[in-house]
Design a protein around this ligand. Structure first.
Ligand code: SF4
Length: 429
């Protein structure tokens, strides 16, 4: 049996693409292995969101070239493939294929004819969703893409170049995938897209997908990511009030707390509008929690701008959030801005916001001690002595592995907490 190795970097969309590639190869008789040196086919599923991410890819490819089986086929898919295109072959001449995020379904072509060099970084098509075979088995959490690409054009972001303009998938195709996932093991559905709440197909919106999915008995939990503030429409906000299966956690990236910086980022919402959305969500679902992304050190960001970001962090009390130093990306407007921030200032600001966000996360985790949550099992930890669960707030919860078999969704009483995880006991029914 031919063996393949795949490594995925980056966002949930890339994780999903990696799962589809794995499924496609297994259906075509390939076996997945963890040791790249024994593989006949090596796929690196790449992310281009930050400079470091891209550079990491090419240094990894160099190492792979030097340690792989001489006859092994290897190449890249994903956003760095799209970003570098034919230049990737110049940098690593031994590469066999370079396939963009909307072309990886063409991988089978090179397996039929390994002597060719396969380059396809075309955009503008949802063809892959029709060409790829259905997932054989779903994990307890199924990631279902509803749209791809983004029209927002944030000045720092490479996604509109690597994933193209927004394309929403046909409503029935998404529901077909959701029903299939529910029938093959999914308990939680996570709708994904670069601008997931911008989903529009004919008259259908994201709220229609959630309402339809919530009617599936075996689906107990629903969430969606990543959302854009202005697309958080009242129908979607109201679903947090009416749909109990919708988890009480929303990822709503604000990026900065300074209106000046938001303008330079071309983020098309005011702080007031953003806060108004959060207030509406908290009325609809008082126990809701918000997570966000933050960029510090954006060109022109002053100390006062940064303090405004810290103010909004303190006001909203975000959990499960991600913060990054601004990283200039090719083909983006912000990379050409003259007032770039020195690295040491970026580092200082990142340290400040990270430590504050970690403090909020620890405080929230500790406030969960004594409470009982319905949690989803993710399987055993590496030791095999514990089971890992996810609370409705996506906190990881570690539980002693019980002797008897348990359901995937169980009530857990939280007994301890630290910054990054909880401990708990399964509540016997
Ligand atoms: S909304 Fe997100 S994906 Fe779209 S351009 Fe902005 S940062 Fe990039």
């Amino acid at each position: 049996m031919k063996k393949f190795f795949i490594q995925t970097f980056g966002c949930q969309m890339n994780v999903y693409d990696g799962q589809r590639i794995t499924n496609m190869l297994k259906i075509n008789g390939w076996q997945q292995i963890e040791d790249m040196r024994n593989a006949d086919l090596i796929i690196i599923n790449t992310c281009a969101i930050r400079e470091k991410a891209s550079n990491k890819v090419f240094s990894a490819l160099g190492r792979i070239r030097d340690s792989k089986k001489p006859e092994a086929i290897f190449g890249i898919v994903g956003c760095v493939a799209r970003e570098s295109g034919a230049d990737a072959f110049r940098r690593i001449p031994d590469l066999n294929f370079v396939l963009g995020p909307q072309s990886y379904h063409k991988l089978l072509e090179i397996l039929k004819n390994p002597d060719i060099k396969l380059l396809n970084i075309d955009l503008g098509g949802l063809e892959k969703f029709d060409e790829l075979p259905q997932m054989v088995k779903s994990d307890t959490v199924a990631y279902i893409p509803v749209q791809e690409g983004c029209n927002h054009g944030c000045t720092y972001c490479i996604v509109p170049f690597t994933r193209g303009r927004e394309l929403s998938r046909p409503f029935d195709d998404i529901i077909r995938d959701t029903i299939h996932a529910a029938a093959t093991g999914a308990i939680e559905i996570c709708f994904i897209g670069q601008n997931v709440n911008g989903y529009k197909f004919e008259n259908y919106k994201l709220s229609d997908l959630i309402i339809k999915t919530a009617k599936l008995d075996t689906i107990k939990r629903i969430r969606f990511t990543s959302s854009y503030p202005t697309e958080m429409t009242d129908d979607l906000i109201d679903l947090f009030r009416t749909e109990a299966k919708l988890l009480p956690l929303l990822h709503l990236p604000i990026q900065s707390g300074s209106s000046d910086v938001l303008t330079r980022m071309n983020r098309s919402y005011s702080l007031d509008l953003y806060i108004e959305i959060i207030d509406k969500l908290r009325v609809a679902r008082p126990e809701i929690k918000i997570s966000s992304d933050f960029i510090v050190g954006f060109p022109g960001e002053t100390d006062s701008d940064f303090n405004k970001t810290m103010d909004i962090v303190k006001k909203i009390k975000y959990i499960c959030s991600y913060s990054f130093k601004y990283s200039p990306r090719p083909r983006t407007v912000a990379a050409l801005m003259t007032d770039q921030i020195p690295e040491n200032v970026k580092r200082e600001r990142l340290k400040t916001i990270d430590s504050y966000l970690n403090g909020i996360q620890r405080e929230f985790n500790e406030s969960c001690i004594g409470k009982t949550f319905e949690c989803l099992c993710e399987g055993p930890d590496r030791t095999g002595k514990h089971l890992l669960f996810r609370t409705p707030y996506m906190q990881q919860c570690i539980v002693e592995k019980p002797s008897e078999k348990i359901l995937d969704l169980v009530n857990i009483k939280i007994t301890a907490a630290n910054k990054s995880s909880l401990r708990g006991e399964i509540v016997k029914i």
